[in-house]
Design a protein around this ligand. Structure first.
Ligand SMILES: C[S@@+](CC[C@H](N)C(=O)[O-])C[C@H]1O[C@@H](n2cnc3c(N)ncnc32)[C@H](O)[C@@H]1O
Length: 241
């Protein structure tokens, strides 16, 4: 992995932000999150909103592979509840170990990563947030957001086999790793209608090349129209041909 190089001004920015956050009560942080938001956070929020709008007329689930703390998953849930509150067949599924990286590939993935990375997750907080939103949403007896715990290499094919009703409108690949990305593509692509959207969070990115390598191993790049948003360098996406 190439180390991030930051300028003195960026260093000062992050130190100032850290100090600002340290001095704020949690309620203040929650009530005014844009006071503390970084350019990167706003960029990914905007690209997720744009992606969500692209699948609004496609029935089926949103499947996120690689959930971490659930920030992105909950944004998709909030967007669905706001913009399509009665879409009872729009389930947002989050696949993750919730214990960090697994199935690291010795060849395709970076040498300096390990299984403890992304293990600092409070999955109970995520579950409580989902349950809290169930209190105020329409048709709350039908689940709208579900977590699928385990290594995606095993959980993705098992889930597809157990859910013959599954259609996937949007597949988000954000484990950063070769094997779970490949397993997710092989499992979920057959459940996606033409025009459904596959999102790669680290596409064409040398620091986590495994994600792009898995894409190339499953799909002929010449047969898809890989796209990006001009304002977001990391996310790539394509419509299922
Ligand atoms: C970059 S983070 C996901 C970030 C999240 N999508 C977001 O926007 O906040 C990568 C996640 O992939 C998960 N992960 C990595 N390998 C996995 C595997 N083999 N099976 C399941 N989850 C895995 C990690 O636990 C981690 O939470």
């Amino acid at each position: 992995m190439t180390k991030r190089r930051i300028t003195d001004q960026e260093k000062q920015y992050y130190e100032t932000r850290e100090a600002l956050i340290a001095n704020c009560p949690p309620q203040y942080l929650a009530d005014a999150p844009f006071l503390f938001a970084t350019r990167i956070q706003i960029t990914s929020m905007l690209s997720r909103i744009d992606l969500f709008r692209m699948v609004m007329d496609i029935p089926g689930a949103i499947v996120e592979c690689g959930v971490y703390k659930g920030n992105s998953l909950m944004l998709y849930l909030q967007l669905s509840l706001l913009l399509e509150p009665y879409a009872i067949n729009r389930t947002i599924y989050g696949f993750d170990t919730f214990e960090g990286f697994r199935s690291i590939d010795a060849q395709a993935d970076p040498k300096d990563i390990n299984e403890s990375m992304f293990s600092d997750v409070d999955v109970a907080a995520l579950e409580q947030s989902i349950a809290m939103n169930d209190l105020i949403r329409p048709v709350a007896r039908i689940p709208r957001c579900e977590l699928v715990k385990g290594d995606i290499v095993k959980s993705a094919p098992a889930f597809v086999a157990e859910h013959p009703d599954l259609c996937v409108a949007m597949l988000i690949l954000d484990t950063d790793l070769y094997q779970p990305t490949k397993a997710a593509l092989e499992s979920f692509l057959p459940c996606m209608p033409k025009g459904g959207i596959v999102v790669l969070d680290e596409v064409c990115y040398r620091n986590f090349a495994g994600e792009t390598e898995a894409l190339k191993d499953v799909i002929d790049l010449n047969k898809i129209e890989l796209r990006r948003f001009p304002y977001d360098a990391s996310v790539g996406f394509f419509r299922v041909p």
